[in-house]
Design a protein around this ligand. Structure first.
Ligand SMILES: NC(=O)c1ccc[n+]([C@@H]2O[C@H](COP(=O)([O-])OP(=O)(O)OC[C@H]3O[C@@H](n4cnc5c(N)ncnc54)[C@H](OP(=O)(O)O)[C@@H]3O)[C@@H](O)[C@H]2O)c1
Length: 278
């Protein structure tokens, strides 16, 4: 059944899974992405009206991150347009302990549109679908802050929560904090991935300066380096982020997925076995 639900970032890490959750309920949402039809491009406001036309509920993920310069203005403009076009409910994916993301949350919360904020800690899928995959494939994982405790959360859990609150108005006006069930370090994670994927990964504890220099040498674009440095200095070390919250259990009635379960499932897909030739 075609519906009046829009999933912005509907081919991304959480959006793709939100779409699947809705499809499992017989709902066919509109996908917001540059490759969808009608297309939606954060960098081209002319695409927004068609993408939002006729939409009543929407899940919003901003790309690449609510912390980057320009994100707040984009969320402000999108929220304003959504209200004008009659959108009744917004679910915004936000990041735990990010001041810039909280500014975006406030825009949605003060818009007059019904909302639920889904505020997430770092995703497990960063190790299989994002910036931590490449070092796993090379077998050499060099990261700073190797002993910081992080409640990594699974994108499947985030998506199930997001799809639930998108459809259920009893969560209107709430901030749902989604974390994994345990605090875990980078060192723990590399050990778990070594074991589950049957690889011998080397882990190196380096300084943030060495990490940044390494990214620059690899000619990673400046804005990506800026974002990763920001995430390490402001998000990772923020004590508010080093906590397990049980909102996933509250919404879904079951425990959040532990990292080991994600690692076993991901190892079976073979993604960590496609070893790069150096
Ligand atoms: N990763 C984490 O650990 C973490 C933790 C907490 C919060 N967050 C938040 O999660 C959000 C990202 O969500 P996600 O990880 O689910 O998505 P994602 O995988 O980062 O995003 C990819 C999606 O964005 C679309 N996209 C990329 N560039 C676009 C553009 N210019 N215009 C329109 N769409 C574009 C892609 O489709 P096309 O390429 O087809 O356009 C795709 O659907 C960020 O705001 C971040 O702050 C992330």
């Amino acid at each position: 059944m075609k519906t009046n639900i829009l999933v912005i970032g509907g081919t991304g890490k959480t959006g793709r899974r939100v779409v699947e959750q809705l499809q499992n309920k017989g709902i066919e949402p509109r996908i917001g992405s540059r490759n969808a039809s009608p297309s939606f491009d954060w960098d081209d406001k002319d695409t927004w009206v068609n993408a939002l036309n006729g939409i009543e509920r929407m899940y919003v993920t901003y790309y690449p991150d609510l912390a980057v310069p320009g994100a707040k203005e984009a969320i402000q403009s999108l929220t304003y347009l959504a209200k004008e076009l009659g959108v009744k409910k917004m679910v915004l994916l936000s990041g735990k302990g990010e001041t810039e993301a909280e500014a975006c949350e406030n825009i949605v919360m003060n818009s007059g549109i019904d909302y639920t904020i889904v505020r997430a800690s770092w995703f497990n899928q960063n190790w299989s679908e994002s910036f931590f995959l490449e070092p796993i494939l090379t077998g050499e994982v060099a990261l700073p802050m190797s002993n910081v405790l992080i409640p990594f959360v699974d994108a499947n859990d985030i998506a199930e929560v997001a799809a639930t609150v998108l459809l259920d108005d009893s969560y209107n006006g709430e901030i749902i904090e989604v974390t994994g069930p345990e605090l875990i370090t980078f060192k723990d994670i590399v050990n778990i991935i070594s074991k589950t994927s049957n690889r011998s990964l080397n882990f190196y504890d380096i300084t943030l300066e060495q990490y940044i220099d390494g990214m620059k040498q690899m000619q990673i674009p400046n804005d990506v380096v800026w974002l990763i440095e920001y995430l390490f200095t402001h998000v990772l070390t923020n004590p508010k982020n080093q906590l397990v919250v049980n909102d996933i259990e509250r919404v879904l009635g079951r425990k959040a997925k532990p990292f080991i379960e994600y690692a076993k499932e991901t190892a079976k897909t073979g993604i960590w076995s496609q070893v790069e030739v150096q």
